[in-house]
Design a protein around this ligand. Structure first.
Ligand code: V47
Ligand code: SF4
Length: 392
């Protein structure tokens, strides 16, 4: 069998005579950098022990990125929490028809948020929110143009495929036309939201009225064809089965083979507070770590795997760094509205750069600040932080 002196833990696990034969074959494929089939992926979920999955995922992560763990400095703008859709897992939106406790920001209010960061070294603004029928294409083009005029070097990542699908259909534009217009206005990349679970059997139960899998993928493909980069998410740990996770990852991996436009895969843990799926128990930490490991092994053409710490919690996010993850999103000031409403224990609004870098160092990794396109800005490995910075 193939062996590698660099990863003795993997060798030891694969040589153990008690290891299931099929798992051993999959492990050897990973060692030889061969692609896993959907059947392999399913078997990893069903039979793979966390120790083996983690050792394999960590090996792949180290091969791709060494000890680097990326984060960026960004802030979010949520134009509205009013939404015409009725996703059962959503704790955040207020239905358009009873929107008394919803908010709707004007363009000036959103520009004021951007201006608040004028003297801060943020590199990205992430715009994402509910789907409000009055906030249309023209509105968002104006917003994008004004932000770009105010701060041309700020990278503008915005709008899930769900928001875009609605916006394009209202404006009677094809996906390609709509995407081009937003790109010309200054939109540079797309976040990965709205993907949830693509399989129609599950999507019909949790998000029946928004864009379907083909629509979501077509929007990301159109963005890739304009040389825009995008991310992809998967909402896991609710009513989906392992086979639905593999189906989801397979659809993304196939599109990535065609376009190479995805940067990062972001599994999002379902949180069950204050939504119509509160009766569904949340996944265990073991299940979280297995999922991240299998994602790293299966999504072989996605460069980056991100754990979104405001949702996962800091401790689990730190653990994922040994299970394939190489990105922890950002030091963000006010992003947790969606997740604190959904039940994440993470009520503290932000980790500053010192705290996030320390969390990464404690896991034995190198904290590296990146921009949206993963250009490296600064390696924090040898930076000494003051007690004040770490405590604030
Ligand atoms: O699509 C909603 C999720 C997503 C819940 O691309 C929930 O860099 C868990 O996509 N429990 C939006 N998740 C957020 C998103 C995102 C976040 C961070 C970075 C990036 C990126 C993208 O939030 C939605 C949905 O899947 N969500 N409700 C819930 N109860
Ligand atoms: Fe609307 Fe997004 Fe919530 Fe679905 S998840 S109801 S699309 S805000």
């Amino acid at each position: 069998m193939t062996t590698t002196n660099d990863f003795p833990a993997v060798d030891t696990l694969l040589q153990d005579a008690r290891l299931d034969k099929e798992l051993k074959i999959i492990g050897e494929k990973v060692l030889a950098s061969e692609r896993l089939t959907p059947e392999d992926g399913l078997l990893l979920f069903e039979k793979g022990e966390l120790g083996l999955l983690g050792a394999l995922a960590n090996m792949v992560r180290v091969r791709k990125h060494g000890d680097k763990t990326f984060f960026n400095r960004n802030f979010h703008i949520e134009p509205t929490n009013v939404c015409v859709f009725t996703c059962k897992f959503c704790s955040y939106s207020r239905l358009y028809k009873n929107r008394e406790d919803g908010w709707e920001l004007s363009i000036e209010e959103m520009l004021d948020i951007v201006k608040k960061y004028d003297n801060q070294p943020v590199t990205e603004v992430h715009i994402v929110g509910g789907v409000h029928p009055k906030m249309n294409m023209d509105y968002f083009c104006e917003l994008i143009e004004k932000i770009k005029k105010h701060r041309p070097n700020l990278h503008l990542k915005g709008f899930t495929a769900v928001e875009l699908d609605y916006m394009f259909r209202k404006a009677k534009l094809t996906v390609e036309e709509g995407m081009r217009r937003l790109n010309q206005a200054g939109l540079q990349s797309l976040p990965g939201g709205g993907a949830e679970i693509f399989h129609p059997d599950i999507r019909a139960q949790i998000a029946h009225d928004k864009v379907d899998a083909d629509g979501w993928l077509a929007i990301h493909k159109a963005a890739h064809q304009l040389n825009m980069h995008t991310n992809a998410t998967m909402l896991y740990g609710h009513i989906e089965k392992y086979e639905h996770r593999i189906d989801h990852m397979e659809r993304l991996r196939s599109l990535q083979d065609e376009t190479h436009g995805f940067q990062t895969f972001i599994p999002l843990k379902f949180r069950n507070k204050d939504n119509e799926m509160s009766h569904v128990p949340e996944a265990s930490i073991i299940e979280d770590l297995k999922l991240y490991s299998v994602a790293r092994l299966y999504m072989d053409n996605f460069p980056h795997l991100k754990a979104y710490w405001p949702m996962l919690g800091r401790n689990t996010a730190q653990l994922t760094l040994s299970f394939g993850v190489n990105d922890l999103d950002g030091t963000i000031d006010d992003t947790t509205k969606i997740y604190s409403m959904a039940g994440s224990e993470e009520q503290t609004p932000a980790m500053n750069t010192a705290q996030l870098a320390m969390l990464i160092k404690q896991a034995g990794r190198r904290p590296v600040e990146r921009d949206t396109l993963y250009n490296e800005i600064r390696d924090y490995t040898d930076v000494e932080f003051t007690e004040e910075e770490l405590a604030s």
